[in-house]
Design a binder for this molecule. Sequence first.
Ligand code: ADP
Ligand code: 5GP
Length: 218
Amino acid sequence: KIRDIMEAFMKLNQKGLLIVLSGPSGVGKATVRKALFKSPDHKFTYSVSMTTRKPREGEVEGQDYYFVSEEEFLKRIKEGRFLEYAKFVGNYYGTPIEQVQKMIEQGDEVVLEIEVEGAMQVKAKMPDAVLVFIAPPTYGALKTRLLGRGTETEEIIMERISKAHRELTLAAGYDYIVINDDVDNAADRIKAIIRAEHAKCRRSLNGYLQLLEETKDE
Ligand code: ADP
Ligand code: 5GP
């Protein structure tokens, strides 16, 4: 029994974290994630999602999203090729499962940037995932950011804002809340969360016991 527990610890210890960043549209998830990825302390991998939304000006296939038709997306749902997926303001979005598993095994910190419904699916399927909710400092700041980005029509912005209201009430289902007042502050808080998660007993005990074993005669 103890050996089983130790083996489980060992497996957890070698893996990277699965980090889910979510929060309302326009709160600054992509901006904070890009600031976070500049940190040299971790090997981050961004999980590129698949969507039926049309590319925005400047978005790159395979880097921002994999852009596919609705027919292709529905086929992939049937084939079970998503870790999670959801429909958001008229379009499908989903996380392709293969790349995520591979990167975690390699020891990368894998970051998913997804909306709340998808985040809850990840929580149910992967209990070791770390769920971080990015919240705006005020409701007004959220509207200003979404309008300021200027990538959607007014109608879509209004839909996204009304959806944000519901999303903000779902923050309680997450492990952490990070307020995006300032981008660098928010990225720093996420780094602190990552360090704390790696130090958790269930992830780090095996490494510690090994160290004790190796140094027992010193
Ligand atoms: P999301 O990925 O959550 O939809 P974005 O990262 O695209 O949001 O950010 C939406 C807009 O808000 C962008 O124009 C971005 O420059 C701006 N923004 C992000 N974080 C902050 C912040 N802390 N303070 C002010 N503006 C911000
Ligand atoms: P946008 O159209 O602004 O790029 O994304 C709209 C919303 O869909 C955002 O909240 C974004 O985080 C979310 N999203 C992006 N990719 C995925 C995904 O793979 N799964 C889910 N569930 N949501 C996603």
